[in-house]
Design a protein. Sequence first.
Length: 271
Amino acid sequence: MTDPGAELARFAGEHPDRTVGRRVVVSRSTVSTHDDARRLARSRGADAHGLVVTTREQTGGRGTRGRTWWSPPGRSLALSVVWAPRPPLERPAALTLAAALAVLRTGTSRGASLAIRWPNDVVTADGRKVAGVLAESVAAEPPMHLVGIGVNVLDPDAPPPTPIERPFGSLAGAGADAAPPADWFPVLLDALGVAFHELAAPDGVARLARSFDECSWLSGRTVRLRRGESVATGRFVGLTPTLEVTFDEGAERTDRPTRWPGEQVDLVDWE
């Protein structure tokens, strides 16, 4: 029987016609595609733009705030993109939402019912995490960014090695066809290319915010947010065209909903 994870190997090599995935590096196993992408970005410089690193098995994937990301072999996708556009992005933080939208569009194109839980999770209708995005910058000229993406394609066939903090789901569990991860890989690369192209447009960030609001899982829910030492609880409203987080702290307030710069805010909890 063919190992579904091994099928990723057919995408390795140069693909000059692609925007994302101009070069694809595939490994059988690695600790972190993000770490691999960082090394290649530093060694290749501007030539690394559009490079994608993926693997059959990732043993030490990372999420936000130091969390781990579990990548069951043959059941999930783990990849990192090196992105160094010219001219440089005005709002690099928007890459996280652009990538999350690309994952959502990839899943919904094949029947999955998905939403985005700001800032970096793609979830099912009942809030189970299907995918996560981790974007970081690399000090370089031109500015370079790493966009790491983990996607649960199929439900796992074994329990996780350590307990997972929040409920998780998969594309198949969200209603998509039960195709192996390799079948999703080129579809996701295409969707990333479209989303990053949209982000580079003059009104790209504002359009991204509108697209997010159309598929936001948090809108109307009570959330707890942290900005530095300040913690606030309120009803999540959405994002402004400049990616400020907007939330209503209570009916007793008569002024406009509170706005905090999205890059400075952590989502602590939600109901």
